[in-house]
Design a protein around this ligand. Structure first.
Ligand code: CO
Ligand code: CO
Length: 364
C-alpha cells in the first residue's frame, strides 16, 4: 500500500492564505502531503506545492525514487553540480520567482531557506505552519488506523518490558531490550529514545537511561513509542521492586485516578484546558499539586509532540479526529516519580482510548 498523498488538500488550504506556495523539506509535513519519507540530511530536498498549478520536487539524484509515486516534475541534482542550478530551474518553471513562499518555521534549516532566497531573490518568505498545522490537527481515518496500530505495538512492548524487569538489570539494559523489541514487533525504529528511569532518577520526567542498577524498593518509569507508517505511539507505565514504599503506592493511585479524570473530560466541544484541569484537580486535592510539573498531554501523529497541547491555558476546542496523550505524573525529588500515559482520539461520542495496557502498578 503506498502512502496517502494530500497535494490537493494542501492546495485547497492555500486558497485562503497569502501564500502562493509552500516548500516542504524532509519531515512530517512532507510525509503528510506527499507520502515521501526521507532521512533528514544536508542534501537539499524540497517539495514545492503552489496554490495553483503543478507541484514540483527538487531532490538529490540518489533519492529520486522517494518521489516516484507522486508523478510530479522532478528536478534532480548530483553531488558534483550541487542543488542550485536545478533549484533555479524549478523556480523559473514554476513561475515563483516573485511569489510569497511558505517555509516550515520548525523544520526548514537556515541553509535551506538561504538556498531558496538565492534562487528566488525577489520572493518573500513567510512561515507555513498555520496551513499545515491546521490540516494535520484533525486526523483522517487512515491516520487514526496507523495511530491505533502504533498504540497496539507500543502497548505490547510496554507489557513485555514490564514483565522482564528484574533487580540487577541496568536502565541501559532495559532500554536496549526495548530497542530490539521495537524492531522485532513491527515498529520502524523508536518514536523517541525510550525512557527507563529507576529510583530517584524517576523524579526527572525526561531522565535518559543510564548505568543505574535496578534495586529493591525502586519505582521504575517506562515510557516508549513505536512508529507505524510514520505515526507514533507513546505510552508510560510504572513498575516497583519490592518492598514498595507506601508513598509510592499512594502517588501511583493518585496519578492513575488523575489520568482517568483527564480521559473522562475528553469529548468534542470541551476545551483542551479542561482535560488538564480535570487531571490536575485530582493531584491538587491529594496534596501533590506542586509535584505535577508538566502539562497533561500533547498531540500525537507524525510528530511525537504536536498540537493540540493539553495545558490549563489552552482554550482550543476539542474536535473529532484530534489525537493526544493524557499523561499526568508526580515527581518527588530523591524518592522517585510515577506517570501514567495513554493516547486518546476525540470522536463524535466522546473519545476512544487507543492504548490497552493494564494500568495496575506492576510489582516485581
Ligand atoms: Co511518553
Ligand atoms: Co508523551
Amino acid at each position: 500500500m503506498s502512502a496517502p498523498v494530500r497535494l490537493e488538500q494542501v492546495q485547497d488550504a492555500l486558497l485562503n492564505t497569502e501564500l502562493d506556495a509552500v516548500a516542504l523539506m524532509p519531515g512530517p509535513n512532507l510525509v503528510y502531503a506527499g507520502g515521501v519519507r526521507l532521512h533528514r540530511s544536508e542534501r537539499l530536498n524540497v517539495l514545492v506545492i503552489p496554490r495553483q498549478g503543478t507541484p514540483r520536487a527538487l531532490c538529490p539524484r540518489l533519492e529520486a525514487a522517494a518521489y516516484r509515486h507522486l508523478d510530479v516534475p522532478l528536478h534532480t541534482w548530483s553531488d558534483e553540480e550541487g542543488p542550485m542550478p536545478a533549484l533555479e530551474q524549478l523556480v523559473a518553471e514554476a513561475g515563483l520567482a516573485r511569489a510569497v513562499w511558505g517555509v516550515e518555521y520548525h523544520n526548514a534549516y537556515y541553509g535551506e531557506v538561504m538556498a531558496l532566497r538565492q534562487a528566488a531573490p525577489h520572493a518573500q518568505f513567510r512561515p507555513a505552519e498555520a496551513v499545515l498545522t491546521r490540516l494535520r490537527l484533525i486526523k483522517d481515518e487512515t491516520e487514526i488506523e496507523a495511530l491505533r496500530e502504533a498504540a497496539r505495538v507500543t502497548g505490547q512492548i510496554v507489557q513485555e518490558t514490564l514483565d522482564a524487569l528484574r533487580p540487577g538489570l541496568t536502565e541501559r539494559a532495559v532500554a536496549s531490550h526495548i530497542q530490539s523489541l521495537l524492531l522485532a514487533r513491527g515498529s520502524d525504529g523508536a518514536a523517541f529514545s525510550p525512557l527507563v528511569a529507576s529510583g530517584p532518577n524517576a523524579a526527572d520526567p525526561h531522565a535518559l537511561p543510564g548505568d543505574r542498577v535496578l534495586s529493591s524498593g525502586d519505582v521504575i518509569i517506562v515510557d516508549l513509542g513505536a512508529t507505524v507508517r510514520g505515526y507514533h505511539g507513546d505510552i508510560t507505565r510504572c513498575a516497583a521492586l519490592r518492598p514498595v514504599a507506601s508513598e509510592i503506592r499512594r502517588i501511583y493511585d493518585v496519578v492513575r485516578r488523575a489520568a482517568e479524570a483527564g480521559r473522562a473530560a475528553v469529548r468534542p466541544g470541551a476545551r483542551a484546558g479542561e482535560v488538564d484541569r480535570a487531571a490536575r484537580r485530582v493531584i491538587d486535592e491529594a496534596g501533590y499539586g506542586a509535584y505535577f510539573i508538566h502539562r497533561t498531554g500533547h498531540g500525537l501523529g507524525l510528530q511525537v509532540h504536536e498540537p493540540p497541547y493539553i495545558h490549563a491555558e489552552n482554550d482550543e476546542t476539542l474536535e473529532p479526529g484530534m489525537v493526544f496523550t493524557v499523561e499526568p505524573g508526580i515527581y518527588l525529588p530523591g524518592l522517585g516519580g510515577v506517570r501514567v500515559e495513554d493516547v486518546v482520539v476525540v470522536n463524535e461520542r466522546g473519545h476512544e482510548v487507543l492504548t490497552h495496557v493494564s494500568r495496575d502498578l506492576v510489582v516485581v
